[in-house]
Design a protein around this ligand. Sequence first.
Ligand code: ZN
Length: 293
Amino acid sequence: MLEGRIMKALSGFYYVKTEDGTYACKGRGVFRNKKITPFVGDMVRLRKSGDKEGYITEVLPRRNEFIRPPIVNVTQAIIVNAVIQPSFSSLLLDRFLVINEMKRIKPLIVVTKKDLATEEDMEQMKQYKKDYAQLGYEVFLVSLEDSESIIPVKEHLKNEITVLMGQSGVGKSTLLNTIDQRFSIETGEISHSLGRGKHTTRHVELHETNGGLVGDTPGFSSIDFDEIEAEQLASGFVEIKEQAQFCKFRSCLHVKEPKCAVKEAVEAGTIKQYRYDHYVQFLQEINERKPRY
Ligand code: ZN
């Protein structure tokens, strides 16, 4: 019995990397009964059925999962933003941060296009960098033209399963190419065959690079809160979660409740107003999602 990780799923085969090389595997009926679909990132057990071929017999427990794009067991996300073109959006950043906190994924914040930014843009950016650093997040200001500036990001890939997140136009593909040349060929081919700017639905694949695995996933460009309940949202904001333990009511949602320690911290300035505003906006989104009577 061999164990390994699914690196790629394509045309009905799962490509499982084991210590004995990569096996092209079929799933088995057992999955249909258990309603488990093996995904890229899964650790699986397999039985050999030929030279470098086999059957997956078991999918091991997951740390987390995404359906679109389909990838599981992600340990780290590089959230890519630009200083300008498109302008830095702390709202979008917080959206990704909430998802990462909920799914137990360590976020790295990478802000691109510092070479195109004005001094004023950079002043504002440095303030954001300070704010997010205070929350415990690492922020990297990079220029994709300057591969030296990417080195600190590459150093964080070791022993992690990393995916990229960010809206289109922030330089996700370019960042992948700069991290590892092998990505360059593939994204180049894709943009050539499908035309620039088109949404790609190609397969997801994990690549070994810089001592870790990086998912070649174009799909994490937006995030919705379908899976999150109102009571859980605060745990997506590290400083609100921290402060919430001092609220008078355990069920406090930090909006209208009396003696709310979170609102007090916002007034005192220890929780940033914009972070709180984003919390309230996301909470509203979640509440509006539910059916009303
Ligand atoms: Zn509260």
